[in-house]
Design a protein around this ligand. Structure first.
Ligand SMILES: Nc1nc2c(ncn2[C@@H]2O[C@H](COP(=O)(O)OP(=O)(O)O)[C@@H](O)[C@H]2O)c(=O)[nH]1
Ligand SMILES: [Mg+2]
Length: 326
């Protein structure tokens, strides 16, 4: 076993014993080193206990982080262990904004039983979404009861989070005024509940009514609620929490919950990725002539398209050569 694998095994062991720093470091490893993921998840997998996974999406400035702080406090009051993942690089969580003066946050470990982490977009498997998925699984093995995921706006990441969070809250504000744009963007299709935040401002009732109208009919038996709140004053948090609970019951009763909790499938995916990578690197690197081409790409001396086409030609010749010899 390589030193890395041993080190990761040790990290997993310590993480499963409740060591927060080990959890943090494992999160960095899965972000940075896709090849390590399968090995790590193999050890983590038997210890995963599904948590409530709640995503928050919405335009910048809508109040997602403020709302997140309210939800964290709520969960904390209920004595739940909370994991928080922030994948909005434009609005990093700050201690002040999140939990007020009561508790100071410094990076990762803070309020007892609340773990907060920003997901870096680095070199992970498939980018942000993959890293978030594995972070979620690590948190579940660590013993989180609730995982809150704040994401960037309405783009691809919002869509990716749809597959990780079983309940997706879309946060809008009266000034999102351009309701038509939102309706057109398709994001409403993904939301399980829509929150009209900053209801202290004009226009909240109008946008709430328009949205209620847009959700005239239940989707797969779920009537999407539209909830008004003033996150800044912690108003409406209980309503949101109730709807989240109601949505959980709906998912549970209709058998949909399982779609979101299949660590076995996640592990298979990681193993397949690793297999393809090993095969690819192996094939290219074992033959000096193909390796030379790959190295040229790395050094920027040739483009990946010409190099891969040359490599295919070489591999094809080599294999027919081998075949002819037999
Ligand atoms: N008027 C008003 N402002 C709010 C409310 N909630 C949040 N804000 C403010 O909106 C700004 C953006 O909030 P933030 O939580 O960082 O938004 P995010 O970008 O969606 O995470 C901050 O200045 C908040 O204080 C609210 O209910 N009413
Ligand atoms: Mg934010």
């Amino acid at each position: 076993m390589s030193a890395d694998v041993l080190a990761n095994k040790e990290l997993v062991k310590r993480m499963l014993e409740g060591n927060v720093r080990a959890l943090s470091r494992l999160m960095s490893v899965v972000e940075r080193d896709p090849d390590a993921v399968a090995e790590i998840m193999k050890d983590v997998y038997p210890r995963i206990k599904p948590a409530r996974r709640i995503g928050l999406a919405g335009p910048p400035g809508a109040g997602k982080s403020t709302l997140l702080g309210n939800l964290i406090r709520k969960a904390h009051e209920l004595e739940l262990r909370v994991g928080v993942l922030c994948i909005d690089p434009t609005s990093p969580i700050t201690g002040g904004a999140l939990l007020g003066d009561r508790i100071r946050l410094s990076g990762t470990y803070n309020l007892k039983d609340v773990f907060i982490r920003s997901v870096a977009s680095g070199q992970s498997l498939g980018g942000l979404a993959e890293a978030t998925k594995y972070h979620t699984l690590l948190l579940e093995a660590f013993g989180a009861d609730v995982i809150l995921i704040e994401t960037v706006g309405l783009g691809q990441v919002g869509y990716d989070i749809r597959n990780i969070a079983e309940t997706l809250l879309l946060v809008l504000v009266p000034e999102s005024g351009d309701t038509i744009q939102i309706l057109k963007s398709g994001i409403l299709e993904l939301a399980d509940a829509v929150i009209v935040n900053k209801a202290d401002r004009d226009g909240a009732d109008e946008i709430a009514e328009t949205l209620l109208f847009a959700f005239g009919h239940p989707r797969d038996g779920w009537q999407i609620p539209v909830i008004k709140c003033v996150a800044r004053d912690n108003k409406g948090t209980d309503d949101i929490w109730e709807e989240v609970k109601r949505h959980y019951n709906y998912l549970n009763d209709t058998g949909r919950l399982e779609n979101y909790h299949d660590p076995r499938a996640d592990l298979d995916e990681a193993l397949q990725f690793q297999f393809r990578r090993l095969m690819r690197d192996g094939l290219v690197d074992t033959i000096p002539r193909t390796k030379a081409r790959a190295d040229k790409v790395e050094r920027g001396e040739t483009d990946p398209y010409s190099a891969s086409s040359e490599i295919f030609k070489i591999l094809f010749k080599e294999s027919s050569y081998e075949r002819d010899k037999q």
